[in-house]
Design a protein around this ligand. Structure first.
Ligand SMILES: *[C@@H]1O[C@H](CO)[C@@H](O)[C@H](O)[C@H]1NC(C)=O
Ligand SMILES: *[C@@H]1O[C@H](CO)[C@@H](O)[C@H](O)[C@H]1NC(C)=O
Length: 415
């Protein structure tokens, strides 16, 4: 770290962000060139990156993944049975490994003939609509199977099932399936989308949250310690009573939130463990993250919607790296204004600390998103979406899909 240019990039960026009037006066900043196709929804683009014919999709090593712009469920893809269902994959295929039949012991295969009967018999069913040729489906398969086994081992009342949408066109169409994999979670036959991460842990956590009690009681310090060290993000309410109006609001807030576990306590010692002053007024709510910027204190009105919004806005890290998995948390966030940092991976260590510093000042107001410029699956298509070419580090303010105004702050960041 020799001579840094003056002023330091950090102060410069802060200044820029503070001075940038885009929050109030979008026209005052210089708008970017329109993207080549302003009608494409960015969220859609990310969700389906690598699946459709996005420019950066690298179909060469896995040709059957190059599915055309969404399915045409009748498409007649070349069968490649050996590759898809053959014995253990070689090392180069490891990320697409297809689990052996034994691994899938707890995943039900459903067809049109028995779909309705199974959905009628089970209160909670997750259904994956997949296509045998789809690489993301194959990547998901071991996670899905492991989630099914783990939930079964824990005695959770849920069935994980899959439907081959290339065989069951009508079933897929009836459920509005537009891409693979599509994961739906049925409670008493009523579906909702699963848009979380496609990993075993995320699926298990999400289902457990849906089926578990909305709020768990923490009475003992020992239990509370487990939560503090174990959960990535947790919400604790410090209450006068474990039931009643405040507890009900908290429970309602929890049901609005998909991933974070909610706890309540009346114990000052437990509150202290969560960095709540034991003398604090009740009800108090904090959100605790394992990340460095650990604690966020709720200071709104004690209502379910306000609490849920607070959790949703603060649960994500100071800077989120944009991937297909983090996409939903970014785009479903109540905070719509984003600062996007585009940088090639090897440059990121230079810029992320600066952005992180800045992000602290805008917590709860702006989302800071790191786009790995040279990531072929997501980074490149998103950069193309914004018309960013070359590999210079670029910072962009984005106000969301609704008005799609975007503004570069770029050249200032070049160190
Ligand atoms: C549903 O039917 C298919 C086709 O007959 C069968 O392979 C599958 O095991 C059945 N699923 C269940 C859960 O019974
Ligand atoms: C991208 O970066 C490399 C060095 O990392 C450089 O050689 C190349 O010219 C850059 N390309 C563009 C388009 O800026």
């Amino acid at each position: 770290m020799a001579a840094m240019p003056m002023p330091t990039p950090r102060s410069l960026l802060l200044l820029l962000l503070l001075a940038t009037p885009f929050l109030l006066l979008p026209h005052a900043a210089s708008a970017s060139a329109p993207t080549s196709n302003p009608d494409i929804d960015l969220e859609y683009l990310i969700k389906n990156a690598g699946l459709d014919d996005a420019p950066a999709a690298t179909a060469t090593d896995d040709p059957e993944d190059g599915a055309p712009n969404f399915p045409d469920l009748d498409a007649d893809y070349e069968d490649d049975e050996e590759d898809l269902f053959g014995d253990d994959d070689g090392p180069e295929e490891s990320s697409h490994s297809h689990p052996s039949a034994a691994d899938e012991a707890h995943v039900l295969l459903l067809t049109a003939a028995n779909f309705t009967a199974i959905l009628g018999a089970r209160r909670h069913v997750m259904v994956e609509f997949y296509a045998p040729w789809c690489g993301h489906c194959r990547a998901l398969a071991p996670h899905y199977a492991a989630a099914a086994s783990a939930l079964a081992a824990d005695g959770v009342d849920v069935a994980l099932a899959k439907v081959d949408a290339t065989e069951e066109h009508e079933l897929a169409q009836a459920h509005g399936v537009q891409g693979y994999p599509t994961l739906l979670f049925f409670i008493d036959g009523v579906p909702r989308d699963y848009a979380g991460e496609r990993t075993k842990d995320a699926i298990v956590a999400w289902i457990s949250k849906k089926l578990g009690p909305a709020v768990q009681n923490l009475a003992a310090v020992g239990e509370a310690e487990k939560v503090v060290t174990g959960d990535d993000v947790a919400v604790l309410a410090f209450l006068d009573h474990l039931s009643g109006a405040h507890s009900d609001e908290l429970a309602a807030a929890s049901r609005l939130e998909d991933t974070v576990s909610f706890y309540q306590t009346t114990s000052p010692d437990v509150a202290k463990l969560f960095h709540i002053d034991p003398e604090a007024k009740r009800p108090s709510v904090v959100l605790l993250k394992k990340e460095e910027e650990k604690l966020t204190v709720f200071d709104g009105e004690f209502r379910a919607s306000a609490i849920a919004e607070f959790v949703s806005a603060n649960k994500i890290p100071l800077i989120t790296t944009l991937t297909q998995e983090t996409g939903p948390a970014i785009f479903d966030n109540p905070i719509k204004k984003q600062i996007l940092l585009f940088a090639v991976a090897k440059e990121s260590s230079k810029f992320l600390p600066i952005i992180k510093e800045t992000a602290k000042s805008f917590k709860g107001k702006l989302l800071f998103v790191f786009v790995e410029r040279d990531n072929e699956e997501v980074g490149e298509p998103v950069a193309n979406y914004f018309g960013i070419t070359g590999n210079e580090t670029t910072v962009l303010a984005y106000t969301g899909n609704e008005d799609a105004k975007k503004f570069f702050l770029s050249s200032m960041l070049a160190i």
